[in-house]
Each structure stands twice: as C-alpha cells, then as structure tokens.
Design a protein around this ligand. Structure first.
Ligand code: TYM
Length: 337
C-alpha cells in the first residue's frame, strides 16, 4: 500500500529535561510499532517547550538530542517523518485560527495548566494557557487519524476533538477527527520518588526518573532508592501500594511478562529482588537504544538531513490544510507573486 493511503499518526514530545522511560512506554514504544501500519509524523515540539523558560544553548542541544533519541528508539526516518515543530510555520498560524474557536472556560479546565502554573508560579505566561490550542493545531494540520500518547494527554486530545468538531460544523467538513491511542500497560508511569505523581522528564529530582540515556549503574542506584512502602508483599495494588505497582508496571511493559505472572514470580521475595530485577530489565531495554544513540549523534549532518527532509514533506502537507482553512473561514487568498 502506498504511504499516502495509510491512516495518519501524529505525536510529539516537548524537548525539556531528559527523555525518560515514561515517555518511552507511554508514547514512543507505540510510535515504533505504528510505523508498520501508518503514515507517521513525529514532532519535537520546540515551540511548546518555550512555555517554560529555557536556556537557549541547552534547548538547541536538547532538540537535536531528542531527534537522535527518536531514531535510536527505532523511529526510521526513511519510513516516518520526523519534524522540528518550528520548521513548519503553519503550526503557529493554525493555532491562531483555532484560538478564536476555543473558549477560556475550556482552557481553564486543563489539569496540565493547573499543575504547571503551580510548579512555575512566577511564570504563568499566556503561552502556558493557550498551549493545548497549539497541540490541537499540531494534530489537525496533518489530518491525523490516531495520536499515540500517554494517559496524561487524553484531556488535551479531547479538546482537539472538540475544536475540530466545532470548526467542521461551522465551516463544513475540514478536519479529520483524531482518536487517542493509549497503551494498556505503561500509559502512566509514576515517579520513583513520589509514586503518587507521574514520572516527569523535567523533574528536578533526577532520582524520580529513569532517562533513556542513564547508564547501568545509575539505573541500579535509582531503583535501589525507589520509594515503596512499609509492607513486605509484592502485589499489584496501585491504590494502596503505588510504588510496588509502578515497579511491576515498568517490568511488565518492558519484559512483556504479565502482571499476574510477575506477582507469582516474586511471591514471598523481598522488595530488593523486585528492584534489582526491574533494574536489569530496564538496563537491557536501554542498552541497544544507547548504542544507536551514540552512533547517530556522532554525525550531526545526518541529523540535520533528517530534519530537512522531514520539514520539506511536512511543510507541503501543512500548507495544504492551512490554505483550505483560510479559504473556508473567508480570508482572501494572496495573489500569485
Ligand atoms: P510530553 O512532552 O509531556 O510527553 C511526551 C509523551 O510522553 C507521555 N508521557 C508519559 N507516558 C506515561 N507515563 C508517564 N509518566 C509519561 N510522561 C509523559 C505523554 O503522554 C506524551 O505522549 N503536550 C504534549 C506534547 C505534544 C503533543 C502534540 C502530543 C505537543 N503536540 C501533538 C501529541 C500530539 C506533551 O507535553 O507531552
């Protein structure tokens, strides 16, 4: 089947902090699998990352490193389109149009906005508030059918669907209705230090997350320090035993063993056994990614080539949608120059 007749997948990650196993299990692992059956576009959403203050040189370095990590995880640039969001100006342009179709009350309800404004109380900027509109633009610009994300992005995706529906109703069918694609296991990996909150790649406490580039000794040390509880039993109970449940989830998502099989395997054993074995499962999963990462990063020209190719193909598609949108809402098309 030609690529253009396949359903479209779109997803993205903000280049902030350290890409972590939460991002891998919630999103990237599905991205890799979906390349077989979908026409995929994967973004590094650098414009989104500006909603928290960044150090310019670090941001620049991290953006390229994220592209290399996508490739290292198995995203094939020959098959999928890898795009730096800021290379395609239509993202920001469509976001403006969509902002005129989005209500303040809808944005006020976004839990990520509430969380982030608490964490960055000194920088509650307008971009942080309108961020979900830019995300809707990312998705709708490419007429995406499916959006593979972790559970925390579900609310944003519902907003994107509401905005798409509103536009289609007002101006006739224009946008494809995107469906969330959320994994059964690994949709919400929790912090190793506070298992009541999600693992976040930008957490300042690096012990709370496993970065994709963490070396084996670092992984072992972080797992040893992982917060569990004062009981002894290894049992999957996210309510009462969130730390233990989180380790079982990570193990299961990476090893492919079911949770009941792991509960049986660890019956009567100490928490230290669960921690040690989970550390080894993580190390084995990260080993090939780290080897490929080093190879990809060794040649910056290849990375820049991937981005140039991605931008060209994405630009063509994005321009098509945006022209249609401008026409439908009544803007006068520019005369040929
Ligand atoms: P971001 O950058 O916070 O996270 C990237 C992806 O990783 C998933 N994720 C997790 N999954 C499981 N457990 C966790 N602890 C965990 N932490 C993060 C997220 O659900 C996400 O899939 N707004 C988005 C980025 C974005 C986007 C888009 C996504 C911008 N435009 C268009 C999809 C489509 C975000 O901040 O993700």
């Amino acid at each position: 089947m030609s690529k253009s007749s396949l359903p479209v997948v779109l997803s993205g990650i903000q280049p902030s902090g350290h890409l972590c196993i939460g991002n891998y299990l919630g999103a990237i692992k599905n991205w890799v699998a979906m390349q077989e059956t979908h026409d995929c576009i994967f973004l590094v959403v650098d414009l989104h990352a500006l909603t928290v203050q960044q150090v310019p040189a670090e941001l620049r370095r991290r953006c390229l490193s994220f592209v290399a990590q996508y490739v290292a995880c198995g995203i094939d640039p020959e098959r999928s389109t890898i795009v730096m969001q800021s290379h395609v100006p239509q993202h920001a342009e469509l976001a403006w149009v969509l902002s005129t179709l989005t209500y303040m009350g809808e944005l006020n309800r976004m839990t990520q906005f509430k969380d982030k404004s608490q964490r960055h109380a000194s920088n509650i900027n307008a971009g942080l508030f309108t961020y979900p509109i830019l995300m809707a633009a990312d998705i709708l610009l490419y007429q995406a059918n499916a959006v593979p994300v972790g559970a925390d992005q579900k609310q944003h995706l519902e907003l994107a669907r509401d905005i798409a529906g509103r536009f289609n109703q007002r101006y006739s069918e224009t946008f494809t209705m995107p469906e969330p694609f959320i994994p059964g296991t690994g949709a919400r990996i929790m912090s190793l230090q506070d298992p009541s909150s999600k693992m976040s790649k930008s957490d300042e406490n690096l012990n709370s997350l496993i970065a994709l580039l963490d070396k084996p000794d670092v992984v072992r040390a972080k797992l040893r320090r992982a917060v569990t509880d004062s009981e002894k039993e290894i049992r999957f109970d996210p309510e009462k035993k969130p730390g233990v449940a989180n380790l079982l989830t990570i193990h299961s998502a990476l090893s492919g063993e079911s949770i009941p099989a792991l509960e049986a395997h660890f019956a009567g054993r100490l928490y230290s056994a669960l921690k040690e074995e989970t550390a080894e499962v993580i190390i084995e999963a990260l080993r090939p990614i780290q080897t490929r990462y080093d190879a990809v990063m060794a040649d910056k020209k290849v990375l820049e080539g991937i981005l140039a190719q991605g931008a060209e193909s994405a630009y063509r598609r994005a321009r098509r949608t945006l022209s249609k949108v401008y026409r439908k809402i009544g803007l006068v098309p520019p005369a040929a120059r």
